[in-house]
Design a protein around this ligand. Structure first.
Ligand code: GTP
Ligand code: MG
Length: 195
């Protein structure tokens, strides 16, 4: 059965800043700037209002939250980066955590980088993409909150993001956690990665 139809069997594994448990299942991670909508995107993909906590306060998620989606794969909700009000020490801790996660997680098949469709591409997004390419970890850029843009603005913004990050045609994938736009396309990529 397709993974997207198994989300009824969703289970929260736990929240871990380190010592991530060995689950022996393909894993997909969700990364992006604080407040970009990672947890919301996860909830939308999982048809759940509350699987991942959506925060009004940016920078809330400080550990990596793992979810088992049926018996098919694991979703990892990574803490957001680049929130200006977070002290430098916290940002350094974030970098350390992400570096260990990316190097230690052998079943990691795909990192989905969420970017805000309304904003200029962020430096950290580019750095993360570069790190993934260097480590041969597949990535997928998804532009979220497209419900806040008119169609023309959206197209313009998608082009700018594609150009800035030198992305393949078809990326970034336009996405909205509110309307569900892009949900099927992102699931296609997740299922491909986890097969
Ligand atoms: P951190 O865990 O703090 O890094 O944030 P996050 O990236 O997980 O973002 P979260 O999902 O908590 O969403 C942040 C805010 O953006 C919330 O107020 C959401 O309701 C809002 N939001 C998320 N996705 C969308 C979207 O597709 N459209 C709109 N209009 N709002 C969204
Ligand atoms: Mg979050």
């Amino acid at each position: 059965m397709a993974m997207r139809n198994q989300v009824g069997a969703l289970s929260f594994v736990g929240s871990f800043p380190r010592n991530w448990p060995e689950l022996n299942m393909p894993e997909v991670a969700f990364a992006g700037r604080s407040n970009v909508g990672k947890s919301s995107a996860l909830n939308t993909l999982l048809n759940s209002k509350k699987a991942a906590r959506v925060s009004g306060t940016p920078g809330r998620t400080q550990a990596i939250n793992l979810f088992k989606v049926g018996s098919g794969c694991v979703f990892a909700d990574l803490p957001g980066y680049g929130f200006a009000k977070v002290p430098e020490a916290v940002q350094d801790a974030w970098k350390g955590m992400i570096e260990s996660y990316l190097s230690e997680r052998e079943d990691l098949r795909l990192v989905i980088i969420l970017v805000d469709a309304r904003r200029k591409p962020q430096e950290m997004d580019g750095m993360l993409l570069y790190a993934l390419t260097e480590s041969d970890i597949p990535s997928l850029v998804v532009a979220t909150k497209v419900d806040k843009l008119k169609k023309q603005q959206m197209q313009k913004s998608l082009r700018a993001i594609r150009k800035e990050f030198n992305l393949a045609a078809g990326q970034p994938i336009p996405f909205s956690s509110l309307s569900g736009v892009g949900r099927d396309e992102v699931w296609d990529r997740i299922e491909q990665a986890c097969r």
